[in-house]
Design a protein around this ligand. Structure first.
Ligand SMILES: NC(=O)C1=CN([C@@H]2O[C@H](COP(=O)(O)OP(=O)(O)OC[C@H]3O[C@@H](n4cnc5c(N)ncnc54)[C@H](OP(=O)(O)O)[C@@H]3O)[C@@H](O)[C@H]2O)[C@@H](O)CC1
Ligand SMILES: [K+]
Length: 509
């Protein structure tokens, strides 16, 4: 499923209406029917609804919902928010159909009852005030009504978007509706995936309104949801004649004297993640620790300096040999020798190079080298590391994470895994996926090391772009399965995640 901004959704509606020829009033009728059906499923016929209607097409959806609820005998109080509002187009037609069906509405101001009197008479507030057409700061009378609705202790259901929440990355101006549930129409809206706006949506359900799939060809933005269906449908079955070499020889350059654990986590995750042959490149002191935990890996002891790896050029070339993918970063620490190693790998390693954690620190100083690289480069920043890479503040990256990841991926022709709740994968060709698995138990040190291992294993065995998105999904899916099995969010560890991968991978088999 695609993820759109308000402008993109409006263009999809317009193509459906003008090019395909399905009238907007039909889409609105479909929206009304789907939403009314779900409201009755969820709340039953006995609940009393209060519908707030804005003067745009979101309000038009509201009239269709109100009519269909009333047709089934459900109690509905319908209020137009703006006094003397002039309705146009599809919303005007649906208002007329509602009226001609013999149903009444009131202007909010003319209710002649106090707010608390009205609230006593209703159970569920339906918000059909503002949708994708919101522009700028929320104005009166919406501001006051939204405040009142939010303060009332009632179930709130929003149509398409919580009123006042922008559909895209625009900053929120004013207090929006804080919904318990949002029925978003046909496609997911981008603001659902942003830290500042997601909480206002409540539970989200996407309802189809009859927009034909062919319209998606006209959508330039290539953002898609990546969930179970996408993982299963894109998975390439392994060859029954596969051997350890064809299942992907990979390398993990990780760990230091102080941080051997990071190497153990990445390497075990790579092995659990299906890598055929995993070689860990690290300092000799770390090998002793790591090898007791990760028995299946092979080891290369690099030259070292002050407890950190400091590989020579010969050691690096020998390590690159025959490996489909190499990850560098977890627990390696920082030094000029490490920077030189990153530069060397970017320039000379011709397999899939994954840079994570400490390795990302130097990438912004190596942008010229990155631009010259011809083989795939995968970067796995969290928000702070992305801010450093893109030379932006953390707050800017949080608000514009889609634009920043997309721009960076295209400028530097790198695959970006921007980690966080709903991790984004942005590819150099403009394609983006947004992950739909995972929970707060992943927000721990070491969780990223595990992801790097899974990514490295999968890129060696599956088509690159789907491998990245699927690795992110499986990492989150393992955490979800563990929570379902009774693990607590607080006590979930990266080592548990690695064990959990065994169950998570069943999805693909
Ligand atoms: N046929 C279709 O196209 C379909 C559309 N669909 C539905 O329509 C929705 C999009 O409809 P839309 O484009 O009419 O915009 P919408 O969200 O109703 O808001 C516009 C109104 O808000 C007002 N307004 C704007 N900013 C404001 C502010 N800051 N503060 C206060 N007011 C503000 C603005 O006023 P104006 O600035 O024009 O005076 C205008 O009156 C979409 O989310 C979906 O639900 C579906 O049924 C599918 C078929
Ligand atoms: K709304």
């Amino acid at each position: 499923m695609r993820i759109v901004t308000g402008e993109e959704m409006a263009s999809i509606d317009a193509i459906t209406i003008n090019k395909i020829g399905l009238p907007g009033v039909v889409l609105m009728e479909n929206a009304g029917r789907e939403i009314a059906r779900r409201l009755i499923d969820l709340y039953g016929m006995e609940k009393r609804f209060l519908l707030f209607i804005g003067k745009g097409n979101n309000g038009g959806d509201g009239f269709a919902v109100a009519r269909m609820l009333k047709e089934q005998g459900v109690s509905v109080l319908t209020c137009i928010v703006e006094d003397e509002a002039i309705f146009e187009g599809d919303a005007k037609l649906h208002k007329r159909v509602y009226e001609q069906s013999g149903y009444r509405w009131r202007y909010w101001k003319e209710m002649n009852r106090t707010w608390s009197e009205v609230l006593c008479e209703v159970d569920v507030v339906v918000d059909a005030m503002l949708g994708t057409g919101l522009r700028g700061a929320i104005r009166e009378p919406y501001t006051s009504i939204i405040k009142k609705i939010n303060l009332a202790d009632k179930e709130i259901v929003s149509i398409d978007l919580p009123s006042g929440v922008p559909a895209g990355e625009a900053e929120m101006e004013g207090e929006p509706i804080s919904a318990d549930r949002t029925f978003t129409l046909q496609l997911m809206k981008l603001s659902y995936y942003l830290e500042a706006t997601k909480p206002y949506y409540g539970e989200v359900e996407t309802l189809p309104i009859g927009i034909p799939p062919a319209t998606m060809n006209h959508l330039e933005a290539q953002r898609c949801v990546w969930g179970k269906d996408e993982v299963v449908n894109s998975w390439v079955k392994s060859n029954p004649f596969a051997h350890k070499g064809s299942n992907g020889r990979i390398g993990v350059i990780a760990g230091s004297q102080q941080m051997p654990g990071a190497a153990a986590l990445s390497a075990s995750a790579a092995i659990r993640g299906g890598a055929g042959l995993t070689t860990v490149g690290t300092v000799s002191t770390a090998i002793q620790t790591v090898a007791t935990h990760v028995k299946e890996a092979m080891y290369t002891a690099f030259s070292e300096q002050s407890g950190l790896i400091a590989p020579t050029e010969e050691e690096l070339f020998a390590f690159y040999e025959g490996k489909a993918a190499i990850a560098i970063g977890p627990g390696i620490g920082r030094s000029t020798r490490i920077k030189a190693m990153i530069a060397h790998a970017i320039e000379h390693y011709t397999g899939i190079l994954i840079l994570d954690a400490d390795a990302l620190v130097y990438v912004s100083e190596l942008h010229d080298e990155v631009k010259k690289r011809r083989s795939p480069l995968v970067l796995t920043p969290h928000i702070g590391e992305m801010a450093h890479l893109a030379n932006e503040s953390v707050d800017v990256v949080k608000q514009y994470r889609f634009t920043i990841a997309e721009t960076y991926a295209q400028t530097y022709q790198a695959h970006i895994i921007l980690k966080g709740p709903h991790t984004i994968v942005a590819n150099p060709n403009g394609g983006m996926t947004v992950n739909h698995s995972g929970n707060a138990g992943l927000a721990k040190g070491g969780s990223g090391d595990v992801l790097t291992g899974i990514v490295t294993a999968l890129v060696a065995r599956q088509p690159l772009e789907t491998a990245l998105s699927t690795a992110v999904f499986l990492h989150g899916h393992a955490a979800d399965l563990l929570i379902n099995q009774g693990f607590s969010i607080n006590s979930l560890t990266p080592s548990d995640l690695i064990e959990g991968l065994a169950e998570a991978y069943k999805l693909c088999e």
